[in-house]
Design a protein around this ligand. Sequence first.
Ligand code: COA
Length: 117
Amino acid sequence: MLIDEISNVASRRYTVAIEDKTIVGYLGVMYVMDELHVNTIGTLPGHEGRGIATSLMTEAWGVAKERGVQRATLEVAVSNARAQELYFRFGFSPVGVRKNYYERTNEDALILWADLA
Ligand SMILES: CC(C)(COP(=O)(O)OP(=O)(O)OC[C@H]1O[C@@H](n2cnc3c(N)ncnc32)[C@H](O)[C@@H]1OP(=O)(O)O)[C@@H](O)C(=O)NCCC(=O)NCCS
């Protein structure tokens, strides 16, 4: 599944942040029409709070705008305050809830959207 994702360069984009030959952050997005879907983002434990996720998102936003993307969306666990703060800084706001979105925990997800235009 991962190889399929990474190979699908027409609609997927995966980027990593590297420090001293170590991957310390990653971001995976999907383009759907004029929308950007943030599928996955993570910073290596011990490296948080240094702007790694912010720089990955900033770079992705620049590329998305060049592609004519108008809106962005993602789901985030209702308890994941850290990630929510990051997304709110990028202009995301909640528009709804997906009940029991996460299979392992049954936790609800907030649906966030941002206007890039
Ligand atoms: C959510 C997550 C991706 C954030 O990554 P991060 O690299 O720590 O994020 P950033 O450093 O860019 O931003 C976090 C904070 O660092 C601050 N920061 C940014 N640049 C900074 C710098 N150069 N120096 C110090 N702090 C900085 C930001 O202001 C931000 O502050 P906030 O906590 O008030 O929002 C990370 O915590 C993570 O991997 N969590 C687990 C996976 C996860 O939850 N993914 C999201 C699923 S929806």
